[in-house]
Design a protein around this ligand. Structure first.
Ligand SMILES: NC(=O)c1ccc[n+]([C@@H]2O[C@H](COP(=O)([O-])OP(=O)(O)OC[C@H]3O[C@@H](n4cnc5c(N)ncnc54)[C@H](OP(=O)(O)O)[C@@H]3O)[C@@H](O)[C@H]2O)c1
Length: 491
């Protein structure tokens, strides 16, 4: 690992970014354009039907956002010209050959020009169809690798994966690559081609039976969870990401490969400004539910360490790591980017910050009234959650069912609505439960070594800070993250 100036490394480089309208990708793109305007070219691949639609998507979903406000201040009316000089927005799809890029001349140009590929595209939905997730998170990564192999001057392929939570694994989760067929619970027999066959056969069978689109979607979601849990992963998303890593490691040949596994990504800590975030992400659903007065209980082990990391630190780690491993032919390195080892924060503290923030700054609802929040019941085990649900929801549902039957379905609408809501909550708990009771922490020794090497080499660590020890969590949650969620996510 040889470290030089990151800014110099970026100068005159051509970088291909997949999934360019995603949360993390936009922060990455903004950062590069802001700190190194002399980057040669960014090829930004995103899903759209043609060039015009792609450009429009990038403009509305990225450039028009607050995230780009420093660049807007700097370039004013010339921002669009600057972006069009530096970025080529490309309609594409990583589940297709040549990443779905239709123009053969552009494909040739990319193979000639690209120095770095950053694969960020993914489905991050925990409750996703197995066929969708396998095509994208597992085989999509291989289409990106195949593309990388054709890029004649490629220096490095950076693949963004995810830190893997498993209910069955506690203690230190290592920054080690997966071997083909390795599982989290030791169950043998994981074979990625077989997974593809299992799902194709299930789909075929469902079609033969004339199943509706809705039933096929439900069956595909169930199949993903079933296969993931068989091998020790809590959901389809992380399972398919893990298989993507396995294939990349196995098929990379001499491509320098960096796999970066962030933990739970939260709003920006510092850059381009503190508190930018988008969409309701994992732990933020708790903040939104609580702040709006809709959450009556919290579920989770109070002592569990919740590993969170601000998005700009993830982006900084991505940029420094791609520079550090450029041209290391055939190498593979894993970086877990999180906080649970360096600067852990527990569930109780997170709850406390949320409670205090909304007591001091109540959310004003659409009727213009402040939502007064109180203490919530904390359910610290799954058993206590099931008892709580039985008493507060399942029992009233049963009573409603009896009354409804007695009154000739008079309350049918109400009954079905309550039933649907309870099923939804149970599904969420099934999917998120493993995270709330997770007993592991994520080793970040490789990331720490990278931080130290960057510091010793005197590279621009103030511009590319990814040290979670520099975060005071109370300040961050009270003054940055929760206000950011309120500003950008509360509707
Ligand atoms: N957010 C987190 O807390 C977190 C934590 C750990 C790891 N990660 C990883 O970080 C990466 C980025 O996550 P994120 O939170 O930024 O997710 P995100 O906002 O959902 O972004 C994912 C992007 O991928 C694009 N995409 C989906 N299918 C595609 C395809 N077939 N071809 C090209 N692009 C496609 C999506 O575009 P469309 O709009 O067209 O669907 C979307 O813009 C992912 O790899 C994820 O696994 C995220």
């Amino acid at each position: 690992m040889e470290l030089t100036s990151v800014l110099k490394f970026l100068e005159n480089r051509t970088i291909l970014v997949t999934g360019a309208t995603g949360f993390l990708a936009k922060i990455f793109v903004e950062k590069i354009l802001r700190v190194q305007p002399n980057v040669k070219k960014l090829y930004l691949l995103l899903r759209a039907k043609d060039n015009k639609a792609a450009l429009q998507r990038f403009n509305t979903e990225a450039v028009a956002k607050d995230l780009f406000k420093l660049l807007r201040e700097k370039y004013g009316a010339n921002l669009n010209t600057f972006i069009s000089e530096k970025a080529t927005i490309i309609p594409g799809d990583i589940t297709c050959e040549n990443l779905g890029v239709k123009d053969p001349n552009l494909v040739e140009e990319m193979w000639r020009e690209v120095d770095v590929i950053v694969n960020i595209a993914a489905t991050t939905n925990f409750d996703v169809r197995y066929d969708v997730a396998l095509d994208l998170n597992t085989f999509g990564a291989i289409f990106v690798l195949d593309f990388a192999k054709k890029c004649s001057k490629l220096k490095v392929l950076l693949h963004v994966s995810t830190a893997f939570v498993s209910g069955e694994k506690a203690g230190l989760i290592l920054e080690t690559p997966y071997n083909m067929g390795e599982t989290l619970n030791g169950t043998s027999g994981l074979d990625i081609d077989k997974e593809k066959k299992v799902l194709e056969e299930t789909l075929k069978q469902l079609k033969v039976e004339g199943s509706s689109e809705n039933s096929i979607t439900s069956a595909m979601k169930e199949l993903g969870i079933e296969r993931a849990r068989k091998y020790g992963w809590p959901n389809t998303y992380v399972f398919t990401k893990a298989m993507g890593e396995m294939l990349l490691g196995n098929l990379k040949e001499d491509i320098p490969l960096v796999i970066l596994r962030p933990t739970i990504i939260t709003s920006t800590f510092q850059e381009p400004f503190p508190g930018w975030v988008e969409g309701i992400r994992t732990i933020d659903s708790l903040a939104v539910g609580y702040g709006k007065g809709k959450l009556t209980c919290f579920l989770g082990d109070p002592k569990a360490v919740i590993d969170v990391i601000p998005a700009d630190m993830v982006v900084n780690a991505m940029i420094v790591s791609m520079m550090a491993h450029a041209d290391e032919r055939g190498s593979q390195i894993i970086y877990q980017v999180g906080s649970s080892v360096s600067n852990p924060i527990d569930f109780t503290s997170l709850q406390d910050y949320g409670l205090r923030y909304f007591r001091e700054n109540p959310w004003i609802n659409k009727d213009g009234k402040p939502v007064i929040v109180g203490k919530v019941t904390v359910l610290s085990t799954m058993d206590s959650f099931h008892r709580y649900m039985a008493l507060h929801y399942l029992l009233p549902l049963k009573v409603l069912e009896i009354v409804n039957t007695t009154l000739c379905q008079y309350f049918q609408g109400k009954y079905l609505e309550l039933h649907r809501k309870i099923n939804f909550v149970m599904r969420l708990i099934d999917l998120y439960g493993p995270y709330l009771f997770f007993k592991g922490i994520f080793d970040d020794m490789n990331t720490e070594k990278l931080r130290r090497a960057a510091k010793e080499a005197g590279i621009e660590i103030d511009v590319f800070n990814f040290d979670p020890k520099s975060i005071n969590w109370e300040d961050y949650f009270m003054d940055t993250h929760v206000p950011g969620v309120v500003k950008y996510v509360f509707k």
